[in-house]
Write a protein that binds this ligand. Structure first.
Ligand code: HMG
Ligand code: MG
Length: 303
């Protein structure tokens, strides 16, 4: 089987991982998490979200987080921006990349960002135009690509058409979110096929939540198709407040272990990543969700 030689890992732990936590995570802990990920060699870190603090209070300190991290030139610090308000805040915080986030499900779109899919596209257009003018790259997320917590099945063609719109707006990368984490490998491949009709495969990223334990299998399946951008979260953190019952993103540690075994380059040091996962698990007072961390640190109460 032919896989990519090199894979870009986008660690979304500091954003997706922490947005759903009931435990209050301090700004200092978030900053240390991001800096440790950088030390471990992660080059793309989703660090914060400029969203309504009434909707997602966990991200209310995003400006402080961005101000306090030890910025490095070779790391892309990305942030979520649902509208122009979020865009202005992201620019004030000197984000390297912004991410708009739409969905392939009408109901999820309304629950998550309080508007329909077509209204969301109207909101994203000025954000993309402003970012283009400022020379800031835009990532486009599509949630619910393998199912919706409210509507159930989602047609791959619908995902393809949302992807086409986001690409036309100027997104350089489209991240396909299995928000509920129910997808299986063949279905994941069908979505990639549908999206690849509109977007070059190198611009497609996958974002698998691991609720049903399918994420590694799904990643392997889509790498066979040439996908080489993978979203992960250190310690398997994550979830979405509007996808109840969905668990965290696939653990970065488990993905790196698998990619190392396949001789696929990521530039990430697994030992340091495991330490980072233990750091955040301890800070949150809960065990790590990464199987590799458990295997490598048997006996610790954090794993
Ligand atoms: P809204 O209430 O419809 O917005 O929320 P609005 O424009 O009517 O504004 C209402 C209030 O919010 C106003 O304040 C605005 O100033 C304020 P007030 O006058 O009431 O005091 N406001 C903002 N404040 C801060 N930052 C902003 C902002 N915009 C408006 N950017 C909105 C619409 C999109 C803002 C809201 O629904 C929201 O913030 N949603 C965020 C939801 C979210 O963050 N979800 C999790 C991330 S997505 C995800 O996890 C999925 C993903 O991981 C992929 C996957 O797994 O599938 C990406
Ligand atoms: Mg997510």
């Amino acid at each position: 089987m032919k896989y990519p030689n090199k894979v870009k890992i986008v660690d979304v732990g500091p954003r997706d991982g922490l947005q759903n936590e009931v435990v209050n995570i301090s700004t200092e802990t978030k900053v240390e998490l991001i800096d440790r990920l950088g030390d471990a060699g992660v080059k793309n870190i989703e660090a914060a979200a400029f969203v309504s603090p009434k909707w997602i209070p966990q991200m209310a300190d995003s400006h402080d987080v961005m101000a306090k991290i030890n910025r490095r030139d070779n790391i892309v610090y990305s942030v979520l921006t649902p509208n122009m308000y979020g865009y202005e805040a992201a620019m004030a915080a000197k984000a390297d990349e912004i991410a708009i986030f739409g969905a392939a499900s009408e109901t999820f779109s309304r629950k998550n960002i309080n508007c329909s899919i077509s209204e969301s596209m109207l909101r994203f257009k000025p954000v993309c135009a402003a970012a283009k003018k400022a020379g800031v790259p835009v990532r486009g997320y599509i949630s619910c690509v393998l199912g919706c917590p409210y509507e159930g099945g989602i047609a791959p063609e619908l995902v393809g058409s949302v992807a086409r719109e986001l690409k036309a707006m100027g997104c350089h990368e489209i991240s396909l979110g299995d928000t509920v984490g129910k997808g299986t490998p063949r279905k994941a491949q069908s979505v990639i096929e549908a999206v690849a009709k509109h977007i070059p495969i190198e611009n497609i990223a996958v974002h698998f939540h691991d609720t049903y334990g399918q994420a590694l299998a799904n990643i392997l399946a889509v790498m066979e198709q040439g996908v080489a951008v993978i979203d992960t979260a250190v310690s398997g953190l994550g979830g979405c407040p509007y996808a109840s019952g969905a668990s965290g993103n696939v653990a970065s540690e488990d993905v790196i272990y698998m990619l190392n075994g396949l001789d696929i380059e990521t530039g990430i040091n697994l030992e340091q990543l495991v330490e980072t996962g233990i750091f955040i698990a301890k800070s949150m007072g809960q065990p790590s969700n990464a199987k590799v961390t458990r295997a490598l640190s048997g006996g610790s109460k954090w794993v």
